[in-house]
Design a binder for this molecule. Structure first.
Ligand code: URA
Length: 246
């Protein structure tokens, strides 16, 4: 048995808080009866409905994908381009999976997929402290001082980024470009590209090399592997870990 709002959040209907609102405002029925009580518990045998639509709890699935460039990281695309769901093996395409956060169309690397709404919210919600590591190929010759600027936080227009880790990996004088590693905990729209651009280094290519402790090691481009229960637990623990912000 579990609390109704948790059950709803797990199914991906809404976040736990939004589910509480839906319960309190009379949108939720259990076995045909409207339930507004917050501590109400349900099991897999109960029929839960939100606004008349049955909430299905499915087997929970957690995958790590090595996303190639040129793939949309959403469940579907209005322009019919390939998505992280459409490139899955056939047997996984109907599991109602969705990506945990986003990677740009032209960004490659590690991205998680799940059908557990609560897991997704914990990992990419505003309170998450999960580390995301990126390696960017930027235009121009990056210097150690530039890495310091990024590490201290930069203004990306509508937001000043939190302190983070930034390291110059190599420079390529011939091609006037540099390879730079950055580890951030937030996930604002185009954050890494905007961080580098804000100090004069447009990003030519971007790869996410790590999400929490999960990397693409052993996963060919475009392929997936299942996360182990231990990895799922670790991700949830790390997302909750609070370390000094600045
Ligand atoms: N930051 C970006 O700019 N793009 C991504 O795809 C991910 C993080």
């Amino acid at each position: 048995m579990e609390r109704l709002q948790k059950y709803m959040a797990r199914s991906g209907v809404a976040s736990r808080r939004k589910s509480e609102e839906l319960i309190a405002t009379g949108h939720v029925k259990v076995n045909g009866m409207t339930v507004t009580e917050m501590g109400y518990k349900v099991s897999g045998n109960d029929i839960v409905e939100v606004d008349g639509k049955i909430v299905e709890i499915k087997d929970l699935c957690y995958l790590a994908m090595n996303k190639p460039r040129g793939i949309i990281s959403s469940a579907n695309d209005e322009k019919d381009r390939k998505t992280v769901i459409s490139i899955l093996p056939k047997e996984l395409r109907d599991c109602r999976l969705f990506p945990v956060g986003r990677l740009d169309y032209d960004t490659k690397g590690i991205i998680l997929l799940t059908n557990d709404g609560e897991f997704m919210n914990a990992l990419v919600g505003p309170k998450s402290n999960l580390e995301k590591e990126y390696v960017g190929r930027v235009e121009g010759i990056f210097k150690k001082e530039d890495a310091k600027k990024i590490a201290l936080g930069v203004n990306i227009g509508d937001y000043v980024t939190r302190k983070c880790y930034c390291e110059l990996l190599s420079i390529d004088k011939e091609n006037n470009s540099s390879s730079v590693k950055v580890i951030i905990k937030e996930g604002k729209y185009h954050q890494v590209k905007r961080m580098f651009s804000s100090i004069g280094f447009p990003v030519k290519r971007l790869t996410r090399t790590r999400f929490g402790e999960i990397t693409t090691e052993g996963i060919a481009e475009g392929e997936v592997r299942y996360l182990t229960p231990h990895e799922v637990k670790r991700l949830l623990v790390q997302a909750k870990e609070v370390k000094a912000k600045k």
